[in-house]
Design a protein around this ligand. Structure first.
Ligand code: HEC
Length: 120
């Protein structure tokens, strides 16, 4: 009985530690909503800030097309997805002169579009 408890404790520790490790390795941990839905307020706003700033954020000194509001990101979502799916070096690639977003991050944008670009 005692051995089983010790074993259980070890398994739980390993799982907990490996989770900590993998989340630290990620470039940016995408916030998770309480439900499964992806919303502008929870994930998209965060991602735009993380990857498209300062250039597209006038309040941070950016002078490119502003993507600091739900309305502007919603309106341009198709163009945003088209550009983040390009590869560095291709004309129009975003984020400009940086590395390409991960597949899973790009997928968040696509799922958000498929859900009908919910704000909240
Ligand atoms: C280092 C600065 C920089 C960053 C970071 C950046 N952009 Fe841009 N963005 C630019 C520049 C410069 C242009 C204008 C040239 C062009 O259209 O390719 C532009 C233009 C755009 C346009 C076209 C806007 C229009 O005028 O219609 C879109 C869409 C866009 N960026 C999306 C993004 C997205 C999405 C991100 C984040 C994933 C991002 N950009 C990150 C510099 C940046």
């Amino acid at each position: 009985m005692k051995k089983a408890l010790i074993l259980l404790f070890c398994i739980v520790s390993v799982i907990t530690l490996s989770r900590c490790y993998s989340s630290k390795k990620a470039v940016a941990a995408i916030p998770e909503a309480s439900g499964s839905a992806i919303t502008y307020d929870v994930q998209i706003k965060f991602l735009m800030n993380e990857y498209c700033s300062p250039c597209h954020f006038p309040e941070k000194g950016g002078n490119k097309k502003p993507y600091d509001s739900y309305a502007s990101v919603k309106t341009d979502i198709d163009e945003i997805i088209r550009r983040i799916e390009l590869n560095p070096g291709q004309k129009g690639f975003m984020p400009f002169k940086r590395s390409k977003l991960s597949d899973s991050t790009i997928l968040v944008f696509k799922q958000w579009r498929d859900l009908g670009v919910p704000e909240k």
